[in-house]
Design a protein around this ligand. Structure first.
Ligand SMILES: C[S@@+](CC[C@H](N)C(=O)[O-])C[C@H]1O[C@@H](n2cnc3c(N)ncnc32)[C@H](O)[C@@H]1O
Length: 453
């Protein structure tokens, strides 16, 4: 049935998609309803019409799901950060199980995959160790917060309930001080204004925070003094939690956060996270799993799966968190990481932990495998970003080194399904998939998949 913009209709929600949008069908035509849960009956208005689907906004709930709960965050409706706070945590976990099953079976075309239920997170609030706060000048006002869903409009944010409470503490003090100053915020349209972002990272085990000011140009003397004064004030207010403060200059027009020039204002320029006897350092721009307790659980799962292997190739290794676990179970590990600061942390993490069976290589996995990696590997472990593995990486694994086993760690079920299908063409079968909830209150889901020849 054709719907027009603004039409009011009643829908029954059949399922939920990977963006946590309820899905309803009207005469075979799909309607996405953000914020609706499975089993709900809703009155909606059509707000977007495309050739094959529509998007609708809930006007009223005629039948609410028993799993519907009051979102904890006061800006939840507008903010682009979380999309599942309106569902109970048990229900979120069930939805994620069906999302991963759907990706593996529908996109990946795996008929006999053994998919375990999602392992819930230890913490469901206050777990996230990283915040990227946007500072923007919009409609004549300075705003500090997250982007609204699907736009670059900033939603003013005072605190975020999924963040480590220590980050919220530092951010609250920072926010007050910055808004009291007259420092200018970045205007995306004009490419003017000084402050672009604040990045706050935390170490869960050491109770420390790193703060980076991302600014669009060299500050003048007055601006530099204000940044130093605010940072020093913060240092006094939230001591002993603030480990260090840095300034990064990013003059580019794009969305990438980091510029090439970083200067330390004071304190440390790395954090240390500890798990039993392993200590891992990471810099403010390095990748580090955002939910640390759940991440360590995942590394143990990966190391257990890899434990009978002698020679391991690990691609997309970051600062070496998983590498340290793999190295303790296997004879040797070749670890590849593209981002130079993370590679440097990887090298020092291995040395500092007395791990001497890891060869670290800095470069893009798709290039490194063609030029710097050779020899026999029993297992390849990959943990790529959301975009998945480069096709040359999959080709190298499947055709060139052809290990008996591949462990694929993924934060995106769609690219996992796509890549595992390609590996299937190279003769790998999916032995099992173990999803974990690394991102409570959102529809993201992490998985560890074992593929074997
Ligand atoms: C999802 S993280 C995994 C890191 C690590 N396994 C962990 O759990 O901490 C992906 C890592 O791959 C790196 N990366 C992204 N693209 C890459 C590429 N083409 N080649 C090598 N590394 C890449 C990123 O810098 C990041 O450190």
């Amino acid at each position: 049935m054709k719907q027009n913009l603004g039409d009011e209709i009643i829908l029954n929600i059949e399922s939920v998609d990977s963006k946590a949008r309820g899905i309803a069908r009207v005469d075979g035509y799909v309607v996405f309803v953000p914020g609706a849960l499975i089993g709900e009956t809703v009155t909606v208005n059509i707000v977007e019409r495309k050739k094959h689907y529509s998007v609708a906004k809930i006007k009223s709930l005629l039948k609410a799901s028993p799993y519907r709960v009051q979102p904890r965050c006061e800006v939840y409706e507008a903010c682009g950060g979380c999309n599942m706070q309106h569902a109970s945590y048990d229900h979120q976990v069930k939805v994620k199980s069906s999302l991963i099953e759907d990706a593996i079976i529908r996109i990946g075309k795996w008929k006999e995959a053994d998919i375990a239920p999602v392992i819930p997170s230890f913490l469901v609030w206050g777990y996230r160790n990283k915040a990227i706060i946007q500072a923007r000048y919009q409609k004549g006002k300075r705003k500090l917060g997250y982007f609204a869903r699907g736009t670059h409009d900033v939603v003013n944010l005072k605190a975020c309930p999924i963040l480590d409470p220590l980050i919220n503490l530092v951010y609250a003090n920072l926010r007050n001080a910055v808004l009291q100053s007259d420092l200018s915020f970045y205007d995306e349209e004009r490419g003017e204004g000084l402050i672009r972002n604040f990045v706050l990272r935390s170490s869960f085990s050491m109770k420390k925070i790193l703060l980076a000011w991302i600014i669009s140009r060299e500050p003048d003397d007055r601006e530099y003094k204000m940044i130093s004064d605010i940072s020093n004030g913060l240092y006094k207010d939230v001591s002993p939690f603030l480990g260090g403060v840095q300034i990064n200059i990013n003059p580019s027009k794009g969305n990438f956060i980091w510029g090439s020039k970083t200067q330390s204002l004071f304190g440390e320029d790395v954090l240390v996270e500890r798990f039993e006897n392993i200590k891992l350092r990471f810099g403010v721009s390095d990748f580090f799993q955002v939910n640390v307790l759940q991440a360590f659980r995942m590394f143990e799962i990966v190391a257990e799966l890899a434990k009978d292997s002698k020679h391991v190739l690990e691609l997309y290794s970051g600062v070496g968190s998983m590498t340290a676990f793999l190295a303790s179970f296997c004879n040797d590990v070749v670890a590849v990481e593209e981002w130079r600061p993370a590679y440097e942390s990887l090298v020092s993490n291995m040395t500092n932990n007395g791990i001497n069976n890891v060869t670290a290589i800095c470069g893009k996995a798709e290039d490194v495998v063609k030029t710097k990696v050779s020899g026999h590997f029993d297992i390849v472990v990959v943990d790529p970003p959301r975009t998945g593995c480069h096709k040359d990486v999959l080709n190298f694994i499947g055709r060139v080194i052809s290990p008996k086993r591949v462990i694929y760690v993924s934060c995106n079920p769609a690219t996992l399904a796509r890549d595992s299908k390609i590996l299937n063409e190279y003769g790998y079968n999916m032995e099992n998939a173990m999803p974990l909830d690394m991102f409570p209150q959102t529809s993201h889901v992490e998985s560890v998949v074992l593929l074997e020849k």
